[in-house]
Design a protein around this ligand. Structure first.
Ligand SMILES: C[S@@+](CC[C@H](N)C(=O)[O-])C[C@H]1O[C@@H](n2cnc3c(N)ncnc32)[C@H](O)[C@@H]1O
Length: 234
């Protein structure tokens, strides 16, 4: 794995809105299993078989890198640019990538402002990352990233969700609020509500191709397609 110099600590010192996941890097997987068992993992891997043809992935906020490792194992020609603001998480990501680490370029940076390293990503993956951003930030991110995508690029997303029904109001919403409160305490995350990532992606030219829901809609897996207008193709 090649890593750019880490500006994360300096960035954090200047801004107050970047969560600090460093202290959770080693615990994260166990916290996940203790709370949601296998469900978050199922959510991340929902469309893994559809990603076999991909060549260059941009993975934002993958944390300890278990998804990156699984993706590299499933696709032997894929190269990954991984961006995370936590240097501890990126070290875990490198460890999980194991022998495939040579196909990973890691960037310790705030994804909201990171200058993309390629103009030909055919896959973006964000699992439980967009919920660290506001709706406006998701929109700005999507707008910026679409200029760095190959035609037909896919965006794989896992997120929590609050369905518009009794279960959503009385079960999903309190769970999501409790998670935000816990991560607020543990990492300084400022967000307290889920961004409307679907509206942000739709408005910036992405089309929802596939969607799966888990735990009655508390968790969602989505696959979005960006089809650049023909006139934009080189
Ligand atoms: C909730 S964890 C999700 C980790 C993993 N993707 C998963 O599926 O569980 C959020 C991750 O995004 C990273 N992160 C949060 N805000 C970020 C930002 N603005 N730029 C880059 N990484 C960020 C955190 O360091 C952390 O590793």
């Amino acid at each position: 794995m090649t890593a750019a110099p880490s500006p994360a600590k300096a960035v954090r010192a200047r801004t107050t809105d970047i969560p600090d996941f460093d202290g959770l890097a080693h615990l994260y997987r166990w916290m996940e299993y203790a709370t949601f068992g296998p469900w978050l993992w199922r959510c991340r891997c929902a469309f893994l078989t559809e990603l076999n043809e991909r060549r260059h992935a941009l993975i934002l906020g993958d944390g300890d890198g278990r998804f990156t490792a699984r993706l590299l194992a499933a696709n032997s020609v894929l190269c990954v640019d991984a961006v995370d603001v936590s240097s501890s998480m990126l070290r875990m990501l490198a460890a999980h990538a194991g022998a495939e680490v040579g196909r990973v370029h890691a960037y310790c940076a705030d994804a909201r402002h990171w200058q993309t390293a390629s103009l030909s990503y055919d896959l973006i993956a964000t699992h439980f990352f967009l919920d660290c951003l506001t709706g406006v930030e998701v929109r700005n991110l999507a707008e910026r990233l679409r200029g760095s995508l190959a035609p037909g690029a896919l965006w794989a997303i896992s997120e929590f969700a609050v369905p518009q029904n009794w279960y959503g109001r009385h079960v999903a919403k309190p769970i999501v609020s409790a998670l935000y409160a816990a991560f607020g305490l543990l990492t300084g995350l400022k967000m307290r509500t889920l961004p409307d990532h679907a509206a942000a992606l739709r408005d910036t030219g992405f089309v929802l191709k596939k969607r799966k829901v888990w735990l009655r809609g508390l968790l969602i897996s989505e696959l979005w397609l960006y089809d650049r207008p023909a006139k934009d193709h080189p």
